[in-house]
Structure formats: C-alpha cells, structure tokens
Design a protein around this ligand. Structure first.
Ligand code: SF4
Ligand code: SF4
Length: 88
C-alpha cells in the first residue's frame, strides 16, 4: 500500500472516473475541484494538514457525512484511507 497522499478527504483520485474525463489533476494539485469549492479540502488546508487523518477532529461530522452520503459517499472507504495514511 502506497503512502502517497492523493486527496485531503481520503478519496483515491487515481481511481476516480472523472479524473480523465474532466482533466482533473487531483485534489492536492488544484485550488478547487471542477465541481466547485470543497468544504473538506478548504477545512483541511486551512488547518495545515496534508489529509484529514492528521486532524484532531477526525472524523468530523462534515467528513463523516461526505463519506456516508447516499449518492456521493463510499461507505466510509475514504475514512479508512485517511487512517492508513495517518498510520492509525
Ligand atoms: S471531495 Fe474534496 S477533499 Fe475529497 S478529493 Fe474531492 S476535492 Fe479533495
Ligand atoms: S476531519 Fe473535518 S475538521 Fe478535520 S480537517 Fe477534515 S474536514 Fe476539517
């Protein structure tokens, strides 16, 4: 398992179906995603963290809601990824 950080929230951008079609450089290489401003990315970067797993509030309600959202969520997979990156 690679320890390279791919996103703030734990999504693996390399596995994202929109990466190629939208020409996205990945969460850590852009100011804002193609769909607008991401509150998780903004929160994480404002605290100076590389990813949410480094945050004392992890997993906060906002991140948890994202991870378990019925349409956009991934059943918490991204939270597990943050834990791996943090060595938890
Ligand atoms: S949801 Fe936000 S924090 Fe997560 S990969 Fe997308 S832009 Fe980054
Ligand atoms: S876990 Fe929540 S509060 Fe902490 S950086 Fe991520 S989005 Fe922000």
């Amino acid at each position: 398992m690679s320890n390279t950080i791919e996103s703030r929230c734990g999504i693996l951008c390399g596995e994202c179906e929109y990466r190629e079609s939208m020409g996205c450089k990945g969460c850590t290489n852009i100011d804002n995603p193609f769909w607008g401003e991401c509150p998780v990315k903004a929160s994480c970067e404002s605290k100076g963290h590389e990813h949410c797993g480094q945050c004392a509030e992890f997993p906060c309600k906002q991140l948890n809601d994202f991870a378990y959202d019925k349409e956009e969520g991934d059943d918490g997979k991204r939270l597990e990824q943050c834990r791996k990156w943090a060595g938890l």
